[in-house]
Design a protein around this ligand. Structure first.
Ligand SMILES: [Fe+2]
Ligand SMILES: [Fe+2]
Length: 271
């Protein structure tokens, strides 16, 4: 059976979390993952989605010591959280990439795919940033991710980031996008997106920038090419051109989202 490494690593809380797991915990996690994948494969051949129902997913809530919506920087799903390196006095986006954001390989690979497919700079930047708000909060991550970058990127980039979350639930075969198999497992096989997601989808569908948001979803890969590790280096120029880095540093400027950057910079602050 093929192992989707990126998907597995993401589900285990990122590469750092995996590195901290002992051998036994890793073996258990792999076995659990493989049996889920097998379920999904069987479901595929019998043309029914595999996985739990919404009710069964819901029943797991009070079996965990954390909530599923918690930002990835703030919880270790297994083991303990790592000690974080200090931030420089005037932190840049690159500093957050290197020292705070979690699951950066996923967004780097997405941006790389978009660029190789000839997408616009706005779309490549949107792919590069699209899930980073999950470090702060997973619930409604499209809105969180868009908001945190809003003062520093073009409205078109913000649009693509915000709406990719809703568009992930709606297939667009013409654009080459199908409902993701993983969502049957994450949300339950009979999941129906809530009204605000359905409304956001309708709004985006009618918008002239629809394809920008759609392209974030088509480049939002779960497949992970273990042979290729994408670094931030090829995107440094793009960030320089398209990300308005505040001179005082992210978190030190007077923007309406400065506190969100400070929260990411200091996630161990008690209040
Ligand atoms: Fe996303
Ligand atoms: Fe994503």
């Amino acid at each position: 059976m093929d192992i989707d490494r990126e998907d597995l690593i993401t589900r285990l809380g990122g590469a750092d979390a995996v590195a901290r797991m002992d051998h036994e915990a890793r073996a258990d996690a792999l076995e659990e993952y493989q049996s889920e994948q097998l379920e999904a494969a069987v479901a595929q051949t019998t043309k029914r989605p595999g996985g739990l129902t919404v009710e069964q997913v819901d029943a797991k809530i009070d079996t965990r010591p954390y909530r599923r919506g918690v930002g990835k920087l703030f919880v270790a799903e297994r083991g303990t959280v790592p000690r974080l390196p200090p931030m420089p006095e005037r932190p840049t986006l690159l500093d957050f990439f290197e020292r705070r954001f979690v699951s950066t390989q996923h967004v780097l690979q997405s941006a790389n795919l978009a660029r190789r497919a000839g997408a616009s700079e706005d779309v490549v930047l949107a792919c590069l940033l699209h899930d980073l708000g999950q470090s702060l909060m997973r619930t409604d991550h499209g809105w969180w991710s868009a908001q945190i970058f809003e003062p520093y990127v073009s409205p078109r980039v913000t649009f693509a980031i915000r709406y990719h979350q809703a568009l992930r639930f709606y297939a667009d075969p013409e654009a080459g996008y199908e409902y993701p198999e993983l969502y049957y497992q994450l949300y339950g096989v009979d999941y129906v997106p809530p009204p605000h997601v359905a409304a956001a989808y309708e709004e985006a569908r009618r918008h002239p920038w629809y394809m920008d948001a759609r392209l974030v979803t088509t480049n939002d890969l779960y497949a992970f090419d273990a042979q290729t590790v994408v670094t931030i280096d090829p995107f440094v120029d793009l960030i320089g051109r398209r990300f308005k880095q505040p001179i005082e540093g992210l978190g030190n400027d007077q923007s309406p989202v400065a506190h969100m950057w400070r929260t990411l910079a200091n996630p161990d602050a008690p209040l």
